[in-house]
Design a protein around this ligand. Structure first.
Ligand code: KG4
Ligand code: ZN
Length: 338
């Protein structure tokens, strides 16, 4: 059984083939970051147009990489949401059309379930339930109780900016290119510890919700009242990164204590952050508990995670008939249990 996965929810066109027995057979990615860099953020219309340009050649390249013909594909999975509506529609239309032409099922996949399942399937780790999942991307910061596939309960989420969004906005203030999360993290490595101290938002009160927009304002004020030399930028980047990471770690610990679960999964683009991975690993080791995350290339958006989730959801996805439907807003908790 082989699933072709298509990801077009935002600014990466991703296509992959996942085989139930042999795992990932091919994985192709076309990133649009250069296209959006001069605007400092994703321009939805440009994103959709670039997906249109890239998707068919990328599908062809993926089949070639896997040494497969279209007749070898048993299902086509595509990201149906959440994400940018125009961008989602490109993947959905192509995915549905190919599935129809090849006479195989098409599987609408929830982007965040893709991130979550990728950790388990692409890393060869069997699903470990129950677990707490920290989903941290450019659009989401959520803590989820996961008791099985499709058994998701929202424990907490960001009231304003997602963690990745806060990284990107602060990076922009520091003069870094979009998307700035990884770049900010890189310059933070040269930062002097404790030169600046940023707040850990919403950690002084109970609960599992987050708020990151204040950190961006704090960064803007700190930048304004200091010189803009490289060392100062690195020191501010470090202080910001430490504040975001500490806040995420504190809330993960709280979620584990609240649920009594002993497994933690981190997924989404920000889970590529080394400081976050290190701090969570240290905390979980001290607790004698387990933390799971994907290798960095599968943390950010990719087609492999959609192919994997499509494999899992093959017999249990929404039946949307022949219509092409996408869900720009779509809660993980609405998914059916498997
Ligand atoms: O999951 P993803 O690729 O796309 C969405 O679904 O949003 O996540 C992208 C986000 C961006 O905000 C990006 O800056 C952030 O993940 N990111 C990072 C790192 N790598 C990617 N943030 C902090 N540190 C990183 N190393
Ligand atoms: Zn994502």
């Amino acid at each position: 059984m082989r699933v072709l996965g298509i990801e077009t929810s935002c600014d990466e066109t991703g296509v992959a083939v996942y085989d139930k027995k042999d795992g990932l057979l091919a994985n192709q990615l076309a990133s649009q970051f250069k296209l959006h860099a001069e605007y400092g953020g994703v321009v939805p219309e440009l994103a959709s147009r670039d997906h249109v340009r890239k998707i068919i050649p990328l599908i062809q390249a993926t089949l070639k990489e896997a040494n497969l013909a279209s007749a070898d594909i048993n299902a086509v999975a595509y990201t149906a949401g959440p994400g940018l509506v125009g961008a989602l529609l490109v993947g959905a239309i192509v995915g549905r059309a190919l599935a129809f032409a090849w006479n195989v099922p098409s599987v609408p996949v929830h982007h965040m379930e893709g991130h979550l399942l990728a950790v388990m399937m692409l890393e060869g780790n069997l699903p470990t339930f129950p677990c707490v999942a920290l989903l941290v991307s450019g659009g989401h910061t959520q803590l989820i109780s996961v008791t099985g596939i499709g058994q998701y309960k929202l424990l907490g989420e960001s009231m304003d900016d997602a963690a990745g969004e806060a990284f990107d906005k602060t990076a922009k203030l520091l003069g870094l290119n979009y998307p700035g999360g990884a770049l900010l993290s890189k310059i933070a490595q040269q930062g002097v510890v404790n030169r600046f101290t940023f707040p850990r938002p919403m950690t002084d009160r109970p609960g599992l919700d987050f708020s990151f927009s204040g950190l961006k304002t704090f960064a803007a004020n700190t930048i304004r009242s200091n010189s803009s030399d490289n060392q100062t930028c690195a020191d501010i980047a470090l202080a910001f990164e430490e504040a975001v990471v500490d806040t995420l770690v504190i809330k993960c610990k709280r979620a584990l204590e609240q649920t009594g679960f002993k497994n933690l999964v981190i997924a989404g683009g920000v889970s590529a952050n080394c400081r976050l991975r290190d701090k969570l690993t240290t905390m979980m080791r001290k607790r004698g508990e387990n933390v799971f995350y994907a290798c960095p290339k599968f943390c950010t958006d990719n087609g492999a995670m959609i192919a994997c989730a499509g494999m899992v959801r093959l017999k249990n996805s929404a039946d949307w008939g022949l219509s092409v439907k996408v869900r720009p807003r779509w809660s993980l908790t609405e998914l059916p249990t498997i």
